[in-house]
Design a binder for this molecule. Structure first.
Ligand SMILES: C[S@@+](CC[C@H](N)C(=O)[O-])C[C@H]1O[C@@H](n2cnc3c(N)ncnc32)[C@H](O)[C@@H]1O
Length: 245
């Protein structure tokens, strides 16, 4: 049973698990309780994930940034991956998630206290948990340019030919709250800068086959060319630099 049964406008169930949507910014979001997981995704995200079901169903999936575990359990229930690993920089465990994963044996694993830019940890997860190849990466972690790019560069080499790399919430630097000077991220480089670089790679190189960009997420498809390496198209900038936004 993988279909969503809507209970009210903010909650649904899949089989015996309930999901409560809470996209409140900041630390005031609801915490997960046993079999009722907090999910930080609007309906628009959920329908986009429906559209790419074929790329996720039964695959090996790595999620960066799990918050209260709702997205990890959602991916598990909705797409029945053959292997699912989630990591988060938060140190404190999520009891409801730990109870869930305990019932999933080796199929679902969580790493707390792990940064999305920790090369040693990511390489080890890809080698040991995914046997050297990941089909899908979903990055919903820091949303900061440097860390997001670091993950991309580390994980792209482990991504299967034709694999899918999803970057959620890339558009924040264009949105109203971060356009205000008082916002803590006002001066930070937005993730659109990374998307420009990925478009440069798509145009000038053979590592990426396709990029699909919606206002909520960017979906990057790795090419099937053997040993493809990222260049970000830097050798074609003719002395110019990429835009920073
Ligand atoms: C938007 S929340 C994730 C929401 C979750 N994916 C969902 O849809 O329910 C972002 C998470 O990323 C984590 N995070 C922030 N910086 C990180 C980093 N450098 N490495 C790993 N996780 C990070 C935060 O602790 C937080 O739990």
């Amino acid at each position: 049973m993988t279909q969503l049964e809507w209970i009210d406008s903010d909650s649904f169930s899949i089989g015996d698990c309930r999901f409560t949507i809470d996209v409140t910014p900041g630390p005031k979001r609801r915490l997960s309780t046993e079999n009722n997981f907090t999910l930080v995704k609007t309906k628009r995200f959920l329908s986009l994930y429906d559209e790419i079901e074929e790329d996720l169903a039964g695959k090996k999936i790595l999620e960066l940034g799990i918050f209260e575990g709702g997205s990890l359990v959602f991916f598990d229930k909705r797409f029945r991956p053959s292997k699912l690993v989630g990591l988060d920089i938060r140190e404190e465990p999520i009891p409801a998630l730990d109870a869930y994963t305990a019932g999933r044996g080796d199929a679902v694993k969580v790493y707390y206290g792990t940064s999305q830019a920790d090369q040693g940890a990511l390489d080890k997860i890809c080698q040991d948990d995914f046997d050297g190849q990941v089909d899908v990466v979903i990055d919903d972690a820091s949303h900061l340019y440097d860390l997001t790019k670091a993950s991309f560069e580390i994980l792209f080499k482990w991504l299967a030919p034709g694999g899918t790399y999803i970057i959620e919430d890339w558009a924040w630097s264009y949105q109203v709250p971060t356009q205000e000077r008082k916002h803590p991220w006002y001066k930070k480089t937005g993730m659109a800068t990374l998307l420009f670089e990925l478009i440069g790679d798509l145009a000038a190189n053979n590592a990426i086959d396709f990029i699909s960009i919606d206002r909520t997420m960017a979906i990057i498809t790795k090419s099937k060319a053997p040993n493809s390496q990222l260049t970000f198209g830097k050798d074609r900038l003719r002395g110019r630099s990429s835009p920073e936004v």
